[in-house]
Design a protein around this ligand. Structure first.
Ligand SMILES: [Zn+2]
Ligand SMILES: [Zn+2]
Length: 117
């Protein structure tokens, strides 16, 4: 599978209802704090990394045991460790791209600290 297809598969996953509810559950479980340094969490990271090959394996893609809330900095470090240099080209969820209001309407969510990942 080429890189473009791979990204599309993962992007679709990150838009799925299943992922969004598991992600929200994990953030709630971790009290919206980074599990490494207690700063506000900004991403939910797959401990066993998500790839196009395991995206359909819910034990990896949607298992809260394989998911941790991290801040941008710890998330960066998490991926930097893997290949020794820079951030791995690992497809990721966007940091809190949106949320729901009281009426269940989808609304854009402001990014904390004005930081981009
Ligand atoms: Zn952190
Ligand atoms: Zn990650």
């Amino acid at each position: 599978m080429d890189a473009k297809k791979r990204r599309a598969v993962l992007r679709k996953f990150y838009k799925s209802k299943q992922w969004i509810s598991v992600r929200d559950y994990v953030l709630m479980r971790d009290k919206y704090l980074c599990t490494k340094c207690d700063k506000p969490a900004e991403v939910v990271h797959h401990v066993i990394h998500l790839t196009e090959n395991n995206v359909d394996t819910w034990e990896i893609s949607l298992n809260p045991d394989n998911l941790v809330s991290l801040c941008a900095e710890c998330h960066f470090n998490e991926h930097r460790g893997e290949h020794g240099k820079g951030r791995q080209a690992h497809e990721h969820d966007e940091p809190y791209p949106y949320t729901f209001d009281e009426n269940g309407q989808i609304i854009p969510k402001p990014i904390m600290h004005g930081e981009q990942i």
